[in-house]
Design a protein around this ligand. Structure first.
Ligand code: SF4
Length: 119
């Protein structure tokens, strides 16, 4: 098994069987590459996929899926580290760090309000 680390999912999807999306050092979503690109559930994953040309998903513009600048990794936000930039953040996201859980065959997610849920 080889690991490949990059910030551009358009590149990563072409060289990887499975992708782990990380934000400020924490795992957000893990799935086979085709599954992750076609059915992203984490808000940060969606923000990374939105700008990919010909991505095949009807996503809103990336700047509506993520806002602001990354916080300092030495003083990360409480709860979910992505919450200061996430359009779906709630009070729960500030209080409780989401644990990674299985949401499908070999598909893992750390989010209180994934994008396929109504809340
Ligand atoms: S846990 Fe909350 S802040 Fe973090 S990605 Fe999910 S909805 Fe957004």
């Amino acid at each position: 098994m080889l690991g490949f680390i990059a910030h551009d999912l358009a590149v990563v999807k072409n060289v990887s069987d499975r992708i782990m999306v990380m934000y400020l050092g924490k795992g957000c979503e893990l799935a086979p590459s085709a599954e992750l690109i076609s059915r992203p559930a984490h808000p940060y994953t969606r923000a990374l996929i939105a700008p990919i040309p010909g991505g095949g998903l009807d996503l809103p513009p990336a700047d509506t899926l993520i806002s602001g600048e990354p916080p300092s990794p030495v003083d990360p936000p409480s709860g979910c580290r992505f919450r200061t930039r996430c359009p779906r953040a709630s009070a729960r996201c500030a209080e409780q760090e989401p644990r990674i859980r299985q949401v499908g065959d070999d598909h893992w997610l750390a989010c209180h309000h994934p994008t396929d849920s109504p809340d």
